[in-house]
Each structure stands twice: as C-alpha cells, then as structure tokens.
Design a protein around this ligand. Structure first.
Ligand code: ATP
Ligand code: MG
Length: 367
C-alpha cells in the first residue's frame, strides 16, 4: 500500500526539495503552505505522516501539531516537526505539542528517509491493532447478541417443561416415588428459568436498556408468591421458608414487581441452597425509618469468609471462588441482585458470622 506524506512549509523551495527527496521512495505527496491548509487537507484526505515546518505564517507549527493530536480522528497520525532552530526550548515545545520526531533544517536526506520509514512502520502496526480491536469488538457484540437470543429461546422451552411437569404432578394417580422425582425435575427447571432470566436482565442492565415498570407492590403478597414458587426446592432437603412482615402485616413499596420478586427469589434460593438440611430460612420485610422498605433473608448456614464477602456481589466472582474450593453455582444471582437493587436506588449488603449464619439485606427507597 502506497503511503501518503503531507509536507507543510510556507516556502515553495522547501516544499519542492522535500518532495524531490520523497518521490523516489514511492510515497504520494500532498503539500500545504499554511497550518489552516494542512488541517483542511487532513480533514478530507487520508494521510499517513505529516512533515510540519515550525515557522508558519498565522498558526505556528506547534499549534497545528497540538490540534492534530487533540483530534480523535488524527491523534495517532505521526507528526515530524521540521525546524531551523536547534534550541532545546523549541524541541520541548514540540514534545509538549505531541510531536513524534524532529528534523533540523537543512534537512539531511538519509536522516529524513530513516525517520519517515520508522514512523510509518509504527503507524502501520497501530492501524492493524486498531482494526483488530474493532473486529474484536464486533465479534464480541455478535457473540453477546447470539447468547442473548439463545437464552431467550431457552427460557421459553424451560417454561413449557416446567408447566408440563407441574400439570403431570397434579395427577392424583401418580406413585409417591415418581412424584418425588417429578418435584425434583420441577425445582430444577424453575432454577434454570431463574438463571436464564438473570442472564437476560444482566445484559439489559449493563447496556442501560432496562426500564423499570414502577408500581405499588404489596410485599406480603409478593413473599407468598415467592415461597410458593420455591416450595419444591425447599421440600427437597426438608427446609422451611418463614415469612415475617413488620408494620401490622402490610408493606407497600414502589418498585418493579417482577424484578423485586426475582431479587427475593435469588436470595431465597441461595439461602435454601447454602444451608444445611432441615434448616429454616427467614425472609423479613419492614419499613425503613424515613421512607422505603428493608428486606432481609437469613439462613443458619456456614459463614461466608470475610474476603469472599468483599467480592461476592461482583460479576462472575463465583467462578474465581470456585477455583478456591468455595461451593456454589454460576455466581450470577448476587450480581443480578446488586444491579437490580441499585437500579431502584437502593443498597444491598450482607452480614455473615461464624455460628450466626448469613443475612442478606437490601433497601428500596420511597414508600
Ligand atoms: N446464603 C448464603 N450462604 C452461604 N453462601 C452463599 C449464600 N449466598 C451466596 N453464597 C455464596 O455466594 C456465591 C455467589 O452467589 P450467587 O447467587 O451470585 O451465585 P450462585 O448461587 O453460585 O449461582 P446462580 O447464578 O445460580 O445464583 C455462591 O456460589 C455461594 O458460594
Ligand atoms: Mg444464587
């Protein structure tokens, strides 16, 4: 590929001289005699390197160089400042303006050849890097879109499976042993649906594409629904979900009902999964002193180590934790909870101590 060199000098004879040096090397040459003209050309043409005279009428070479480096479109374009001045101060000014290299007048042909060649080599590498980065970003986006699509389709299929299992289990003539298997399969399918929903919402929240459907939610009713949905999972290890509603049993909060439900389901699922057999997990909702709601989910399981507590709400932290032997699943649940709580303007945290189990608490502001 033929490179294009833009020479900027107010004296015709200098332009001619540099052109005469460069043409035999196979470059295309563009010429400008003022800084304004140089910037105009850069705006229209594809240029690979600029040889820029320092002493120009109007805008000085330093100013033009600074402008080139200030523009996102041209900031990686190599600029060689051509100066009659040898003084250190001018070089410093040039470096300050972002110049990549210097040539002193009268320009030595071999020196110029070597400098231009080396800067063009760096520019080519930089162009390649930028292109690969752009390609990578496109592939990454494509992969994300594809996995979003797959998760969406998976979600529909899983919902069908779960509904089918539910309706089969309602048949009175089923043997108890088979009913138990069915209920395990049902609990598994509900968990997969929850995972798919987490994945879908995480990618929407990361792109800021989620809009909350805020309405008045009766938290007591919501907790009954959550407990009902997790009934089968709780049954597996003979666990119990206790619900406590402060404030005379009625809590109303402004929130996105389905997202709020999924935060609670995630926390309850964790409490059920990470506590010993026959445990009771407790979900408790109350009003905050000023306004808004506070909801906590506690279980009597093993404590979460202090180091893990610090990273537990991060994305895919669980994958790291798993390498260190901490048990668990995909590690999407708490990341989803944090993003969803923060989207509501609330906060989420945990307390976990040896002997007293683990409590996850979050707030939703505004009654
Ligand atoms: N109540 C809890 N008691 C003890 N450990 C917990 C509790 N809740 C979460 N953890 C730990 O934190 C990790 C991260 O939880 P998170 O809900 O984010 O992911 P997960 O349960 O592993 O997978 P999933 O994406 O299916 O929810 C868990 O794997 C577990 O090690
Ligand atoms: Mg979880």
């Amino acid at each position: 590929m033929k490179h294009t060199v833009l020479i900027v000098d107010d004296e015709q004879k200098n332009l001619k001289l540099l052109e005469a040096y460069l043409l035999p090397l196979g470059y295309s040459i563009l010429k400008a005699s003022t800084g304004e003209e140089c910037l105009e050309i850069l705006n229209k043409e594809k240029v690979d390197i600029v040889l820029l005279d320092v002493m120009l009428p109007g805008r000085s070479g330093f100013e033009v160089c600074a402008q080139i480096k200030d523009n996102d479109k041209t900031k990686f374009l190599p600029v060689v400042m051509v100066t009659a001045l040898k003084e250190k101060e001018d070089r410093l000014k040039g470096i300050d303006a972002g110049a990549d290299d210097f040539l002193t007048k009268p320009v030595d042909r071999d020196e110029m050849k070597a400098r231009v060649k080396s800067l063009l080599r760096i520019k080519d590498l930089n162009d390649k890097l930028e292109k690969s980065y752009g390609d990578l970003e496109k592939t990454e986006k494509l992969k994300e879109d594809l996995s979003d699509m797959l998760v969406h389709d998976m979600n529909n299929i899983l919902t069908n499976i779960s509904l089918t299992l539910e309706s089969i289990s309602e048949n009175k003539n089923i043997e108890p042993g088979i009913l138990e298997d069915l209920s395990r399969a049902y609990a598994g399918s509900r968990e997969l649906i929850q995972m798919a929903a987490n994945l879908i919402d995480i990618s929407r929240m990361e792109e800021n594409a989620i809009s909350l459907k805020i309405e008045k939610v009766d938290v007591g009713k919501l907790l009954s629904k959550c407990a009902e949905e997790l009934k089968e999972l709780a049954k597996i290890d003979d666990k119990e979900i206790r619900r406590i509603i402060d404030s005379k049993g009625v809590i109303l909060v402004k929130a996105d009902k389905s997202i709020l439900k999924r935060i609670i389901i995630n926390l309850l699922t964790n409490a059920l999964k990470y506590s010993p057999e026959k445990s009771a997990v407790t979900v408790r909702a109350g009003y905050l002193e000023d306004s808004g709601m506070k909801l906590s989910v506690s279980d009597p399981g093993e404590e979460i180590s202090p180091e893990f507590q610090e990273t537990i709400f991060g994305k895919y932290e669980q994958l790291e934790a798993r390498k260190k032997g901490i048990r668990g699943g995909k590690g999407m649940g708490l990341y989803f909870c944090r993003m969803a709580v923060e989207a509501h303007g609330g906060r989420i945290w945990l307390e976990s101590n040896p002997g007293s189990g683990t409590v996850f608490t979050f707030t939703v502001p505004g009654k």
